[in-house]
Design a protein around this ligand. Structure first.
Ligand code: G4P
Length: 535
């Protein structure tokens, strides 16, 4: 789309991610969204990328094996006069801290649930991350063409497990073999589903009015249940409330079947009509409005080793204000120096191209050789530091040691740098000075081992660390700190920035420690660059 004024362009942006548990249908929905957006022509493109695990360039081996592809990390496409940025939230074995961080760069999320399974573990975790920024959530209950759970029980489960109000926007009639379609509660009409046919739901037959006798003729077995449900919903559930949605308190709920293209259009429409354009962001010293002229933004993800010979990496950068123009000079806040933005990419749905123009909400990929870390802020001069890109308490821990004991220094250096970059979290135990690695997904350990070998020439061995979880610590005063450190020395470590951390062998131990030391602050997240020693 040709650029308009900054206000116009920002207003057209919608930047979102999909949160789901593996196998709920994220890949399928992504593909259908791209198909509707005209960004890909053929169903199966994204799917093929997911399953074929093919490699077309020099990316490091582990990434090749996993089929992680930078082109699919961010997918930009135009739809109905808007520019949509869909940020991939890696799941399955690719689940890592990146998955969490991606959610710090979106303005809305689509939550996909498998209607047979309801709310699953990974969805709970990802929703917690969305909640840190009160991100608006659109819910898509998928796979209605299968034998699934009762819709009312699904909605109740979302409300109770995820503590978010639900506003059903569509409601299913039947399920599995007798799935007949969805009733649009706001427009008072039924969109008919024809099983086995891949068609767009807007092409499906529309039957106006719940009382329409045609419904009784067509669906004699299912219609009374639908009429009862709708009556109940209209009496008992809150109608969709845009302000509550934007505040992250209420989620509009849609039912459908991604694989049958059914309900996909409604999700796109909801994104455009209801999801917010880029919002002001906390720049540390002040809120930064997306329509401010000076260019600002932050790095939320680093993709390393696109080409191992050059140690080059791509920093995924969310623009927060202003306009990117090729070759512009920016101020790198953490390093306190100027940086020229030369080789910058825009990620289209199926290719990456040189970026010509980007505004708030867009994601650009900045080539660099290690100057950029997760959480870094770039501006046109003003001293800002965007907040809300935290480290998350790891859930898996390993002790790292070099296979060759003489390479301990290289290992330490490598881990320090990879820890600073955000590839993994590195802790040093207070007692015994052991190097501990913390991650939220197994892949992170594999990536780090591969990078230590290729970039630092050290073969790292991992041992189980016997640790279940970590919390960053803050103390009200020196006395509490000294007493706590004396009591809990064996469980203490420092992170890569020197912040004190409590490492618990199990959840019970953590709970006991928190109860015994009510004045000590135990934190599950930490902001990048934040020093935490004192509350
Ligand atoms: P994910 O990215 O969340 O892991 O899920 P993905 O889209 O890969 O979907 C997981 C499985 O669920 C796939 O089946 C997919 O075809 C199926 N699926 C997705 N949406 C629907 C739907 O609306 N209805 C039904 N019945 N199935 C759906 P698979 O057997 O694992 O893969 P494939 O053999 O179909 O490729």
């Amino acid at each position: 789309m040709a650029p308009g004024t900054l206000e116009e362009d920002v207003g057209k942006r919608r930047t979102f991610g999909i949160i789901s548990h593996p196998d709920a249908g994220k890949t399928t929905l992504t593909e259908k969204l791209l198909l509707y957006g005209g960004a890909i022509q053929l169903a199966g493109t994204v799917k093929a990328r997911k399953s074929a695990r093919h490699a077309t360039s020099d990316w490091m081996e582990v990434e090749k094996q996993r089929g992680i592809s930078v082109t699919s990390s961010v997918m930009q496409f135009d739809y109905a006069g808007h520019t949509i940025n869909l940020l991939d939230t890696p799941g399955h074995q690719d689940f890592s801290e990146d998955t969490y961080r991606v959610l710090t760069a979106v303005d809305a999320a689509v939550m996909v649930l498998d209607a047979a399974k309801g709310v699953e573990a990974q969805t709970i975790k990802l929703l917690e991350v969305c909640r840190l920024r009160a991100t608006p959530i659109i819910t898509f209950i998928n796979k209605m063409d299968r034998e699934v759970r009762e819709p009312l029980s699904l909605v109740e489960e979302i409300e109770s497990v995820l503590s978010i109000d639900c506003a059903p926007v569509t409601w299913p009639i039947g399920m599995g073999k007798s799935f007949r379609g969805v009733f649009d509660l706001r427009r008072d009409r039924l969109v008919r589903f024809t099983p086995g046919e891949e068609h767009r739901s807007e092409d499906g037959e529309i039957i106006e009015g719940l009382d329409n006798p045609r419904l009784t003729t067509l669906f004699p077995l299912e219609i009374s249940a639908l009429r009862n449900d709708v009556e109940l919903l209209r009496a008992a559930s809150a109608p969709f409330d845009l302000a509550a949605f934007l505040a992250g308190r209420q989620s509009p709920v849609f039912f459908g079947s991604g694989i049958n293209n059914f309900g996909v259009q409604e999700i796109l429409t909801a994104l455009i009509e209801w999801a917010p354009p880029p919002q002001p962001r906390d720049g540390g010293t002040r809120m930064v409005a997306p329509t401010e002229k000076p260019f600002t933004g932050f790095v939320f993800k680093i993709q390393a080793n696109m080409d191992p010979r050059h140690r080059d990496r791509i920093a995924f950068f969310r623009v927060c204000s202003g306009r990117y123009t090729p070759g512009m000079k920016v101020a790198h806040q953490r390093l306190g120096r100027e940086m020229k933005l030369g080789n910058v990419l825009t990620f289209m749905a199926n290719e990456r191209v040189q970026s010509e123009d980007a505004v708030a909400g867009d994601i650009i990929g900045i080539h660099n050789h290690g100057q950029l870390q997760i959480g870094d802020t770039l501006t046109e001069g003003e001293a800002l530091g965007f907040k809300g890109i935290p480290y998350f308490a790891p859930e898996m821990f390993r002790v790292a040691r070099p296979r060759d004991p003489f390479k301990a220094k290289q290992l330490q250096k490598g881990l320090q740098e990879l820890g600073e970059e955000g590839a993994i979290q590195v802790f040093e135990s207070v007692v015994g000075n052991q190097l501990l690695l913390g991650a939220v997904g197994q892949l992170q350990f594999e990536v780090v081992a591969a990078r230590l070998a290729s970039e630092y020439k050290v073969d790292a061995l991992y041992d189980d660390a016997g640790i279940a979880t970590a919390r960053w610590l803050t103390y009200p005063d020196e006395k509490v700190r000294r007493d706590f450190e004396r009591d809990r020395a064996a469980s203490l470590a420092n992170d890569v920035d020197g912040n004190p951390v409590y490492l618990a062998p199990n959840r019970f131990n953590l709970q006991v420690a928190m109860e015994r030391w009510p004045k000590v602050g135990f934190h599950a997240t930490r902001e990048h660059g934040q020093r935490m020693a004192h509350a």
